[in-house]
Design a protein around this ligand. Structure first.
Ligand code: SAH
Length: 512
């Protein structure tokens, strides 16, 4: 026990789209000592948590071993009682059918301070992402949020079916998929017209969103045919007919495409953000882990001798990051680099360097020998000393070409890439269930590391109908050497180029 009072924040984690979360929620997650979350909360919010925070899963998913509500209450009370700040993430809004209020009551009774951070409820946002506004003045004068969970056999039901049936309200049922038939029967038997439009929206606001529409007369059969399951929102009312006009999210060009991203997790965010914006469902299977070299003396010694160099050339964002990490770690700053000229390979590396206040003097577009030669041919490289901080075991084209042009090149190991095998089982299970449409490769090493996650004998069959998308010719060659056949090759050989090529591929397919 400490003297510092603990506190529980009951936080709305939104409906699934990680962008649908409040600034206040993020601030709280960043500060929390303990993060407690359940099944529906968007897992990517956990990335905001402190590295040393305790992350506790208490969710409910069929068959999982999880805590009862009483045990969850106790956990929150215990952690806060130890003086810790607890972020309790709850799907959607904590006070909309989320038992948030019950948790608050228990905290109050135990003398634990709490705050509520409202969230974007699925009751409104899932319909909105399906193009269904829950109100529209031409169609309805009010909206109701109703539990769809109530046991139909329950005596003294609080469900006012006659009122639901009589009004022109939009009825939004949560937790109702299993009870759909019962809900429909009650509404119709209390006088709701059988042609009233109905929609079910599953996993609303996520790339897995699935929508089924019909009327009270047809919806049960349609949902059965579509095999739509929980979690879904059921919307009943004339507003559902607006979907035909207002649908937007499921019209995105890559909507429904399940695309594997193979970069190291720390580097995947740009590619993931771009593809997600286009509607794709991104599955991160990091195949390499990037870390500082075991022995950092090469970089340290080079920085100590930095006055001897004329050029500093970076071939990747990692080279930039780890070089500056070491430099700052030595208590130095960018002023010691003032006499140097800089080269960066690729626009993203150049941007990363600019983050440190340095504009690259030259920018070969790619790693290919011709690009490098062409770019350096315009410079005074002859007879100059070049420092090249890069990955251990990096390719030799660049130092060879620069040496041919009369430079002296010192290669130093600024970082290492290690195979990351953790995601292997997940990958195999997704491929077996045919839940992957495309795999993206952003370097030769992502190809070889990816293939090392699969059994070579089974790989061809597992990848049979999967589209292989490569960032450029070198990566494609490596893919072919493993028996893969890239259907997509980026041009230009950059992440935006790769995204564009995927877009073109699927847009053409859509037109075919
Ligand atoms: N507090 C939550 C609701 C919790 S009850 C909120 O405000 O959204 C759980 C029910 O919410 C599920 O059975 C389902 O009906 C609904 N739900 C939650 N997330 C959903 C989503 N992404 N898409 C559709 N329905 C969702």
């Amino acid at each position: 026990m400490t003297d510092k009072p603990g506190r529980v924040y009951l936080i709305g984690a939104g409906p699934g789209d990680p962008g649908l979360v409040t600034l206040k929620a993020i601030t709280c997650i960043k500060q929390a000592d303990v993060v407690v979350y359940d099944y529906l909360a968007s897992p990517s919010l956990l990335e905001y948590a402190r590295k040393d925070a305790q992350i506790i899963y208490v969710g409910k998913k069929g068959g999982d071993h999880t805590l009862t509500q009483d045990e969850i209450n106790l956990l929150l009370i215990n952690k806060a009682g130890q003086g810790l700040e607890v972020a309790r993430l709850k799907g959607g809004d904590p006070f909309v059918f989320g038992r948030g209020a019950e948790e608050a009551q228990k905290l109050l009774a135990a003398g634990i301070a709490y705050e509520v951070i409202p969230g974007v409820t699925s009751a409104i946002s899932a319909p909105a992402y399906a193009g269904i506004p829950v109100t529209h003045r031409d169609h309805t004068s009010f909206v109701s949020f109703i539990t769809g969970h109530e046991d139909p056999a329950k005596e003294n039901s609080r469900m006012q079916w006659d009122i639901f049936a009589r009004s022109d309200a939009t009825l939004v049922f949560l937790m109702g998929v299993k009870n759909l038939e019962n809900i429909v029967t009650n509404l119709v038997s209390h006088g709701k017209p059988a042609d009233t439009p109905v929609a079910l929206v599953r996993w609303g606001t996520t790339p897995l969103q699935q929508t089924v529409t019909g009327t009270l007369a047809t919806i049960v059969e349609k949902v059965h045919q579509a095999k739509l399951k929980s979690p879904a929102i059921i919307v009943v009312g004339q507003v559902v007919s607006l979907r035909e006009e207002l649908a937007w999210f499921d019209k995105k060009p890559l909507f429904g495409k399940k695309i594997v991203i193979t970069r190291a997790r720390a580097q995947a965010s740009g590619l993931r953000a771009d593809l997600t914006r286009l509607g794709a469902h991104c599955i991160e299977i990091p195949t390499i882990r990037i870390q500082p070299p075991q022995d950092n003396t090469q970089v340290i010694e080079a920085i100590d001798r930095i006055q001897d160099y004329d050029w500093l050339v970076f071939t990747s964002v990692n080279g930039v990051k780890y070089f500056f990490d070491t430099l700052f770690g030595m208590g130095k700053d960018v002023r010691i680099l003032g006499h140097l000229k800089f080269g960066c390979i690729g626009p993203v590396t150049k941007e990363r360097l600019a983050d440190f206040g340095i504009i690259s003097d030259i920018l070969p577009r790619t790693f290919r020998a011709e690009s490098v030669v062409e770019a350096f041919a315009q410079t005074d490289i002859q007879g100059k000393k070049v420092l090249l901080p890069r990955a251990k075991k990096a390719r030799t084209i660049l130092p060879e070409e620069l040496t041919k042009m009369g430079a002296t090149v010192d290669e130093v190991t600024a970082y290492e890439t290690m195979p990351d095998k953790d995601a292997g089982p997940t990958l195999i299970s997704l491929l077996e269930k045919k839940q992957v449409d495309a795999v993206t490769f952003t370097s030769s090493s992502t190809v070889s590391n990816f293939m090392s996650l699969l059994n070579p004998a089974k790989a061809p069959e597992l990848l049979n109908d999967v589209i292989i998308a490569s960032i450029g010719p070198i990566t494609s060659d490596t893919a072919r050497s493993f028996g893969l056949n890239p259907a997509i090759e980026a041009d230009p050989y950059t992440i935006p180029g790769l995204v564009d090529s995927l877009l073109t591929h699927y847009t053409k397919e859509g037109l075919a």
